[in-house]
Design a protein around this ligand. Structure first.
Ligand SMILES: Nc1ncnc2c1ncn2[C@@H]1O[C@H](COP(=O)(O)OP(=O)(O)OP(=O)(O)O)[C@@H](O)[C@H]1O
Ligand SMILES: [Mg+2]
Length: 422
C-alpha cells in the first residue's frame, strides 16, 4: 500500500443492491474490491486473502455480522483487519455491541457516498500507521537487544580479559626469578656434590659423628635425588610459563581489524582456563577432552571474541555433562566417562570446528531456542541465557560464519562452527 491508499476492501452483505452501490463507489475511488454474500464466506475469504479493511453488514441470514466479527477477531490471520459495520439501526446499544466486538466504526444505511469514502480512507490510513508503528517498535526493540548484547559481550570480555591478562603478567616476575635461580642453582649444587665426593675420597676414615649424620639425613639418596628434583622444578617452571602464555593468548585484546590466528591456540588456551572445572572431584572422574585439530591454517579473525565463543560452548558442555551425572555413582560414570571431543577441519575455504559432548542433550524444541537472547534452563543466578546468543552474534555477525546445533536428548550435543579463512 502506498501513500495514496489503494487497498483491498472486502464488502460483506446479503443484499445485492447494497453490494452494488458500495462496490461501485469504492471502485470509482480507486480501491480494489472483493465481495462476500454471507458471514461464512467472508470468514473463508478473509483467511485466504486478507483484505486491508472489511465492511460488514450486521443483519444477515446464517451467522450475522456480530458473529462473523467474533470469528475474524479470534483468528490470528484476520484479527488485525479493521472492520466497519454497516447497519440501518441507529440505537446506541446496538453500536456499542459492535465496538465491544472490536469494530472500528459504523456506517449507516442508506449510504451517503461521501461519508463512506471518508471513513474508509481514514481507517485505512489509521491501520497503515499502526502497522508501521508496530514494525518500527519491533525493529527498534531488536536493534536495542543487539546493541545491549554487544555491550554485555564486550564488557564481559574486557573485564575477564583484563583480569586474566593481569594475572598472566603478575605471574611472570616471580616465575622469571625462579627460573633464573634454578639455572644458577643447578651447576652450584653439582659443584657442591662434586666437592663433597672429593672429601669422601680424600678422607675415607670418617668419624662416628659424620657417619651417623650421613645416615640420619640419608646422604646417598639425597645426593642422587637432588639433581632430579631440580630437573622437575625446571619442568614445572616451563609449565607455568606455558600457562602464562596461554592466559595471554586467551585474553588477547582485539584490535579494530581482524588478525591472523590459529583457532586451535584459542581452543587450547580456553581448555586450560577451564582445567579446574574438568578435573576429577569426589563425585566424578575427570572430564576427558579429546582434540583433533588436523592441519588447519590461520584465519583472519578477532581472537579474543572467538575465545569467548569457545569458552561459552565448553562451559555449557561441562554443565550439561554435570547435569547428566546426576543420579549416577562415581563408578557408573567411570564406565561411560564424561567426554568432550573437539575436531577441526578445512572445507571450501572454511574452517569447521565441531565441539561434541556426551552430556544430557536436548529436545528438538529446545534446540530451536537456545540461541535466543535470555533463553536458559538453569536456575536463577546460575545462567543468564546469554552465552549462546553472544556466541551466535560473534560467529555470524562479526565473522560471517555459521553456528548450528545438533543434539539428542539423553545422548549428547554437537555444536558446529564454520568460519571463513579470509
Ligand atoms: N551442550 C549442551 N547440552 C545441553 N544443553 C545445552 C548445551 N549448551 C546449551 N544448552 C542449553 O542451552 C541453554 C542456553 O545456553 P546459554 O549458554 O545461552 O545460556 P546459559 O548457559 O543458560 O547461561 P549463561 O548466560 O551463563 O551461558 C542452556 O540453559 C542449556 O539448557
Ligand atoms: Mg552458557
Amino acid at each position: 500500500m502506498g501513500t495514496n491508499l489503494t487497498g483491498l476492501i472486502l464488502i460483506v452483505d446479503d443484499n445485492p443492491t447494497n453490494l452494488d452501490v458500495i462496490s461501485e463507489a469504492l471502485k470509482d475511488a480507486g480501491y480494489k474490491v472483493a465481495i462476500a454474500t454471507s458471514g461464512e464466506r467472508a470468514i473463508q475469504q478473509a483467511e485466504r486473502r486478507p483484505p486491508d479493511l472489511i465492511l460488514l453488514d450486521v443483519m444477515m441470514p446464517g451467522i450475522n455480522g456480530f458473529e462473523t466479527c467474533k470469528h475474524l477477531k479470534s483468528n490470528t490471520k484476520t484479527c488485525d483487519i479493521p472492520i466497519i459495520f454497516m447497519t440501518a439501526l441507529t440505537d446506541t446499544d446496538h453500536k456499542v455491541k459492535g465496538f465491544d466486538l472490536g469494530a472500528v466504526d459504523y456506517i449507516t444505511k442508506p449510504f451517503q457516498e461521501q461519508e463512506v469514502l471518508v471513513r474508509v480512507r481514514n481507517h485505512l490510513q489509521l491501520s497503515l500507521l499502526t502497522k508501521n508503528l508496530e514494525e518500527q517498535v519491533a525493529h527498534q526493540t531488536s536493534a536495542l537487544q543487539a546493541t545491549q548484547l554487544q555491550l554485555i559481550q564486550s564488557e564481559k570480555l574486557s573485564s575477564l580479559g583484563n583480569l586474566v591478562a593481569g594475572i598472566a603478567h603478575e605471574m611472570n616476575n616471580p616465575l622469571g626469578f625462579i627460573a633464573a635461580s634454578l639455572k644458577q642453582a643447578k651447576p652450584t649444587f653439582a659443584d657442591i656434590i662434586e666437592h663433597l665426593k672429593l672429601y669422601q675420597e680424600q678422607f675415607p676414615d670418617k668419624n662416628e659423628e659424620i657417619l651417623n649424620h650421613a645416615e640420619e639425613i640419608d646422604l646417598e639418596y639425597s645426593l642422587k635425588d637432588l639433581p632430579k628434583m631440580i630437573d622437575s622444578l625446571e619442568m614445572a617452571c616451563d609449565r607455568l610459563r606455558n600457562i602464562s602464555i596461554s592466559l595471554r593468548t586467551f585474553s588477547r585484546a582485539d584490535t579494530e581489524y581482524k588478525v591472523d590466528f590459529y583457532v586451535y591456540e584459542g581452543i587450547d588456551s580456553t581448555i586450560l582456563i577451564l582445567k579446574h572445572r574438568l578435573q576429577a572431584n569426589d563425585k566424578r572422574p575427570a572430564i576427558e577432552v579429546i582434540t583433533e585439530y588436523g592441519n588447519i591454517p590461520q584465519i583472519k579473525c578477532f581472537p579474543g571474541q572467538l575465545n569467548q565463543v569457545f569458552m561459552n560452548i565448553l562451559a555449557n558442555a561441562i554443565e550439561a555433562l554435570e547435569e547428566s551425572n546426576q543420579g549416577r555413582s562415581f563408578a557408573e560414570i567411570e564406565v561411560a566417562p564424561n567426554r568432550i571431543m573437539i575436531e577441526s577441519s578445512i572445507e571450501n575455504d572454511q574452517v569447521k570446528i565441531a565441539i561434541r559432548d556426551n552430556g544430557k542433550g536436548m529436545s528438538e524444541d529446545m534446540q530451536g531456542r537456545i540461541f535466543d537472547y535470555l533463553f536458559t534452563t538453569k536456575e536463577v543466578g546460575k545462567g543468564t541465557g546469554l552465552g549462546l546468543a553472544i556466541a551466535k552474534q560473534i560467529v555470524e555477525e562479526k565473522h560471517q560464519g555459521t553456528i548450528t546445533v545438533n543434539s539428542k536428548l539423553g545422548q549428547g550435543t554437537e555444536f558446529m562452527i564454520t568460519l571463513p579463512i579470509n
